[in-house]
Design a protein around this ligand. Structure first.
Ligand SMILES: *[C@@H]1O[C@H](CO)[C@@H](O)[C@H](O)[C@H]1NC(C)=O
Ligand SMILES: *[C@@H]1O[C@H](CO)[C@@H](O)[C@H](O)[C@H]1NC(C)=O
Ligand SMILES: *[C@@H]1O[C@H](CO)[C@@H](O)[C@H](O)[C@H]1NC(C)=O
Ligand SMILES: *[C@@H]1O[C@H](CO)[C@@H](O)[C@H](O)[C@H]1NC(C)=O
Ligand SMILES: *[C@@H]1O[C@H](CO)[C@@H](O)[C@H](O)[C@H]1NC(C)=O
Length: 898
């Protein structure tokens, strides 16, 4: 279902340079319906990023289709190649009915249904009849629910360079554009050319669900491939557009985004104006947007409005300049609008609002107004922040329609970036808070809407279903001082508890000490470990008693852990007998409404319910305060930090810390005379308290002092934190002459947009790095570990360049096959990061590229070095990994080096 059916029009006159996309005499593509299938092999949910996507086959060599391979899933322990057929629409079903799945499931559970398979077919390109076969065409590939795809030449000899793997649209997210893939070798201009197509097919419970007893788990993959001849033009991509609704003629937000794709050349959008400018309404381009050949970006445009605008559409002219043509071109765009009536009790409806996420990324959310106006003289009531389940697109009304309407509270449904996003962590969590703050600002900006105004920095009630239920636990426990109460429904605890990692292949090879360091990158997502932070928060957990998607034991278990922290916790568990994962009354019922009424009525933040409470933190930069207390820095990053506050009757506080190096308190919340932190009695005099936030820093073993307030210094713990950028990413390709490095930058830019709607500008050549003087966005550096450019950098981590060689702790990193990833301080933004993605050869680059943090749950801490052994044994092939210490130093406790 396409959700934003936006029309578009191109001004043909201004675009003479444009060549139509496909003509009858164009290239023809023939994708075979016959597939070879090898599998199944045990794998856990996130090993695909470490292991070769064609494991156990090396597709660089000619394939022996008669060979068999060991697999513990098969009778007698071996599997060979079999055949299957796709439909003409590209649908491919992959299953292995000879496997005794029920026996495997009986002992190993869902973990045994997870499996990996290698899929192979051929595609043939036929040149056009008019014999104009230049320029070389490229492929437009849409791989749905497959993890990776590679296209390689047909040949009897080994490949001269390793295959390029491209991630599929594994979550089958709508509005995901096909991916442009360069052919590995130019096709013949006179006759047909055949290529091999390899797909990594991975059955995951989260994607395909449980194969109901006694059925066989079946992968449902859809592969379609089109051919595109790069022309000089650009294309509008209306499926990527972002636009807000208008209420009574006023924009509900100030952000517009236009999807624009370059077919060839580098294009820069240099201006945006309305085609005809009515009085009191105009638009402006937020910033010139540079688009690489085949890349799509969402052009950020701001609405500036002082008078009503009641038209059904916005017509705009974009000015584009190419790197080769002196003369700019104009593209006209018409963006249909939804005009909503002025609010009365009868006309209220869901409204789409927009804002700029990370300064420049146009982002939509939906909101539903309270049915009644604010009560005169009373504070506005907090909104309810509602997190959707995996695969739910907020542009459709399903989710907001499932929520109970409120008399006095707004309902806010953020997108979380995309229907899957990052499971409400990282950028999805930032988007959740960003949507609430945007709603507050939008209403404040228009006096006509003040009757339903919200307070700035308003606390919220959190609600969510399924992945969003998990997200509600996550956000509440990381930002307890912004949350009045939580209603998590059908929630799972954490990914490793959802489907266990039991059938891991790498686990048979990796040193458990190294595995522990890799798995520390899951700690920040382990919702059960942070429940101490919710010991004082009202919670109503809801779960269907027969849920076959997220088993009900998850809610029972997490509630029991919460009660362990506080016997007296205000937590209620509602198990709806015989209900499945989704039912219309899961959130629309009297008990949920009574809970919301009670929480909203008090409208004040939960106070400590007992004499002692504990704040637990994994990543200080991704965590807020609890009763005013905030952990700012850990002693050993990568381990949990805890702060226990005990109150005594005589105005005394005692604080016990564990792995905390710096913490602060909002002093006005604590009117005490005396404060003991571990072994130190620390001054907490009224003068000190008057300064607002008081910061404490460790001063020797279990000794503390107060210090002036400081900015964060620790912004890492895992590579995934790179995604939480403050502005569009810069992807820097050090060697602009390397097609593979360029391709990797394009692949990452595509994935960032497809999976997270995060914007990236590609920058060629290290010299251009100087142009980034004022940028705050996170910077990715792609290149060779021996690049001379690296020697010119001033290094801020234990990775160094000595005698033109990249070293870690004085050991040179130069053996073939290494893929090296590490976070590094940002040159200008103390809260930003750089990520280096380096390698010693092409195969190392491919391996490092697959570890770029696109999906949740991939265990990559702050730095990691992988080797060619990973192709066969996954994370067992990692030769070093770790978390940086304070200020990016070596962290012996959390490092492992081969
Ligand atoms: C795969 O085969 C190619 C070509 O023979 C070889 O260069 C490469 O090292 C092999 N890869 C692995 C992981 O064995
Ligand atoms: C791929 O092409 C080869 C050579 O033309 C042929 O033998 C093989 O059957 C084809 N495989 C599939 C799956 O179409
Ligand atoms: C597979 O993709 C094709 C092309 O996009 C589409 O026509 C077809 O309906 C898809 N099949 C399924 C099951 O989604
Ligand atoms: C926008 O483009 C259209 C079509 O090219 C043109 O008629 C119109 O004058 C342009 N408007 C502005 C404000 O440039
Ligand atoms: C639990 O929280 C609700 C909402 O704040 C409140 O009305 C209720 O009194 C609390 N229950 C207990 C036992 O404190």
């Amino acid at each position: 279902m396409l959700v934003l059916p936006l029309l578009f029009a191109m001004s043909v006159a201004a675009m003479e340079a444009q060549i139509p996309l496909s003509t009858p005499r164009a290239w023809k593509i023939d994708l075979s319906k016959n597939w070879d299938v090898l599998g199944p092999f045990p794998i856990h949910a996130r090993e695909q990023q470490f292991i070769s996507p064609s494991y156990p086959v090396n597709i660089s060599k000619p394939i022996d289709f008669s060979r068999t391979w060991p697999s513990s899933y098969a009778d007698k322990g071996r599997v060979g190649w079999t055949k299957t057929q796709a439909t003409t629409a590209g649908d491919l079903k992959v299953s292995f009915p000879a496997i005794r799945w029920n026996d495997l499931r009986a002992t190993e559970g869902w973990a045994a249904l997870q499996h990996h398979a290698v899929l192979h077919t051929n595609l043939t390109l036929h040149p056009p009849h008019n014999s104009d076969a230049s320029p070389v065409p490229r492929l437009l590939v849409q791989l749905i629910q497959g993890s990776y795809i590679a296209i390689i030449p047909e040949s009897d000899s080994p490949l001269s360079s390793p295959p390029e793997w491209h991630a599929g649209n594994i979550y089958a997210m709508e509005r995901t554009l096909p991916r442009a893939i360069q052919l590995p070798s130019p096709p013949s201009a006179t006759g047909p050319t055949t290529y091999h197509v390899f797909v990594s097919g991975d059955y995951e419970i989260r994607l395909f669900g449980d194969a109901k007893w006694p059925r066989t788990p079946t992968q449902s993959i859809n592969l379609t491939i089109d051919v595109e001849v790069p022309s000089h033009s650009v294309e509008l991509e209306p499926s990527q557009d972002v636009v807000c609704d208008f209420v009574d003629g006023y924009a509900f937000g100030d952000a517009i985004g236009l999807g624009v794709r370059s077919l060839a050349r580098w294009w820069t959008i240099t201006d945006a104006v309305l085609a005809t400018e009515p009085e009191g309404f105009r638009v402006e381009l937020l910033r010139p947007t540079k688009i690489a050949p085949s890349q799509t970006r969402i052009v950020p445009i701001r609405i500036i409005q002082t008078k009503k605008y009641s038209q059904p559409a916005i017509a705009m002219n974009l000015t584009l300049a190419s790197d080769t043509d002196a003369k700019p071109v104009t593209v006209s765009v018409k963006l249909p609008l939804q005009q909503l009536p002025r609010w009365t009790e009868k006309t209220l409806s869901a409204i789409k609002g927009t804002y700029f996420y990370a300064q420049e990324m146009p982002t939509a959310f939906s909101a539903f107004p309270p049915s009644l106006e604010n009560i005169e003289g009373r504070n506005p009531q907090p909104p309810i922040l509602c997190l959707h389940g995996a695969g739910v697109d907020i542009a459709q009304s399903f989710w907001i329609d499932s929520l109970p309407r409120q008399p006095h509270s707004w309902l806010v449904t953020p997108s979380g970036r995309t229907p899957w996003g990052l499971d409400w962590h990282g950028p999805s969590a930032k988007d959740a808070w960003g949507s609430v703050d945007a709603l507050v600002a939008i209403i404040a900006a228009n006096a006509a809407w003040h009757t339903r105004k919200l307070a700035p920095q308003t606390p919220v009630v959190l609600m969510g279903h399924s992945n969003g239920g998990q997200g509600a636990w996550y956000l509440a426990a990381r930002f307890p001082d912004r949350v009045l109460g939580v209603v998590p429904a059908a929630a799972y605890i954490k990914s490793q508890a959802y489907v266990s990692l039991l059938m891991s292949r790498s686990a048979h090879f990796i040193d458990p000490a190294a595995r522990a360091i890799l798995e520390s990158s899951l700690t920040p997502d382990d919702n059960d470990l942070f429940l101490s932070n919710l010991a004082d928060t009202p919670v109503l957990a809801v779960h269907g008693g027969n849920d076959d998607n997220v088993p009900v034991w998850h809610s029972r278990e997490i509630v029991s852990v919460l009660e362990t922290w506080n016997d007296d916790a205000n937590v209620t568990f509602r198990e709806d007998a015989r209900q499945l994962h989704w039912y219309p009354t899961v959130l629309k019922n009297d008990q949920v409404q009574a809970f919301l009424d009670a929480v909203l009525q008090s409208s004040s933040l939960p106070r400590p319910r007992s004499k002692s409470f504990t704040l637990t933190v994994a990543v200080p930069s991704e965590s807020g305060s609890l009763h005013g207390w905030k952990i700012e820095r850990l002693t050993v990053p990568g381990r949990l930090g805890r702060l226990t506050v005990q109150a005594f009757g005589d105005n005394r506080l005692r604080i016990v810390t564990s792995n905390v190096d710096r913490f602060s308190v909002l002093a006005e919340m604590w009117d005490v005379d005396s404060l003991q932190v571990d072994n130190s009695l620390v001054d907490f005099s009224p003068q000190l308290r008057g300064s607002g936030v008081v910061t404490f820093e460790s001063d020797g073993r279990r000794a503390w002092k107060t210090v002036p307030q400081k900015a964060f210094t620790q912004v890492s713990a895992r590579v995934q934190s790179f995604l939480s950028t403050a502005a569009p990413f810069r992807l820097v390709v050090l060697d602009e002459t390397s097609p593979r490095d360029n391709s990797l930058a394009l692949r990452i830019a595509h994935d960032l947009n497809a999976y997270h709607r995060l914007d990236a500008e590609i920058i060629l050549g290290c010299e251009s790095l100087n142009q980034l003087a004022d940028d705050t966005g996170n910077i990715l550096i792609i290149g060779d570990a021996s690049s001379p450019f690296l020697a010119k950098l001033s290094w801020g981590t234990p990775f160094q360049v000595e005698n033109n060689r990249l070293t870690l702790r004085d050991s040179p990193l130069e053996e073939p096959g290494l893929g090296i990833l590490f976070l590094h301080p940002h040159p200008r933004n103390t809260e930003g990061q750089m990520l280096f993605l380096l390698s010693t050869d092409a195969s190392g680059l491919e391996r490092a590229g697959r570890l770029f943090p696109i999906r949740t749950g991939v265990t990559v801490p702050d730095w990691l070095i992988t080797s060619n052994r990973a192709e066969q044994i996954g994370a067992g092939g990692v030769i070093g990994a770790g978390v940086w210490g304070r200020d990016w130093s070596w962290n012996e406790a959390m490092s492992w080096l081969y």
